[in-house]
Design a protein around this ligand. Structure first.
Ligand code: AP5
Ligand code: MG
Length: 209
């Protein structure tokens, strides 16, 4: 199954994608993770996008579309994938329809108050990228990832100012995709407020696996 996970920052797209990738046997592709890895490696792409990502703005459509086009040309994603954080603009959605046929778009529905609570407490592992939360899912030992022993850190774009920018950008540029995909009959809505296990169960039912 070829899925798109759509939703505001902090809705839980990455957390749920990591759970569903195993259940559906569908590779997880996160444009945000790809940009963060490029930034950490100080590659040409990383240097180009660092200031944009840190400020909570969108990387330009041309760069982002090319990146996803190349990734979706690889053999492991011929039958299935979970696209997390792409598309984020109508232009990206139009481009995607030119090189891949998606089956469903899952719309993660959460109010801003939940977004802020989740992002203000998030820690990310530098090594494996896992998203921890100081209250909802803390690592056993402060500052260390339980999964791989890596160091955990707070994302630059989880600062209050950048979160506000990301929410504005989401409303202006990404939220219109909800109606765009609803009109195409591809959208399914999920209540993203409950705990992670409940959302996994609801998603399984929704996607009939
Ligand atoms: P990206 O990395 O995609 O960030 P985002 O969309 O803002 O989403 P987040 O990763 O912040 O949140 P999430 O929904 O994955 O939530 P998570 O599971 O971590 O993009 C980053 C940047 O890259 C963009 O701002 C932009 O600059 C650039 N970019 C990326 N894609 C682009 C594109 N297509 N075009 C242009 N630019 C692009 O959960 C959040 C926290 O809550 C965690 O701590 C987690 O443990 C906790 N949590 C999750 N679910 C629950 C739950 N159900 N209950 C309790 N806690 C929960
Ligand atoms: Mg994410």
């Amino acid at each position: 199954m070829k899925l798109v996970f759509l939703g505001p920052p902090g809705a839980g797209k990455g957390t749920l994608a990591l759970r569903m990738t195993k259940i559906l046997n569908a590779p997880h592709i996160s444009t945000g993770n790809i940009f963060r890895e490029a930034i950490a490696a100080a590659s040409q792409l990383g240097l180009k996008v660092k200031a944009i990502v840190d400020a909570g703005k969108l990387v330009d459509d041309g760069t982002t579309i090319e990146l996803v086009r190349e990734r979706l040309a690889r053999a492991d994603v011929v039958d299935s994938y979970i696209l997390d954080g792409f598309p984020r603009t109508i232009a990206q959605a139009e481009a995607l329809s030119g090189f891949s046929n998606i089956d469903r778009v899952v719309n993660f529905d959460v109010p801003d108050s939940v977004v802020i609570e989740r992002l203000s407490g998030r820690f990310v592992c530098r090594k494996c990228g896992f998203n921890w939360h100081k209250t909802f899912n803390p690592p056993e030992k402060d500052g260390v990832c339980d999964k791989c022993g890596g160091e955990v850190y707070t994302r630059e774009d989880d600062r209050a100012e950048a979160v506000k920018k990301r929410l504005d950008v989401y409303r202006e540029q990404t939220a219109p995709l909800i109606e765009y995909y609803r009109k195409k009959g591809l959208l399914v809505d999920i209540d993203a407020r409950p705990d992670v296990d409940s959302i996994v169960e609801n998603l399984k039912k929704l996607l009939r696996t």
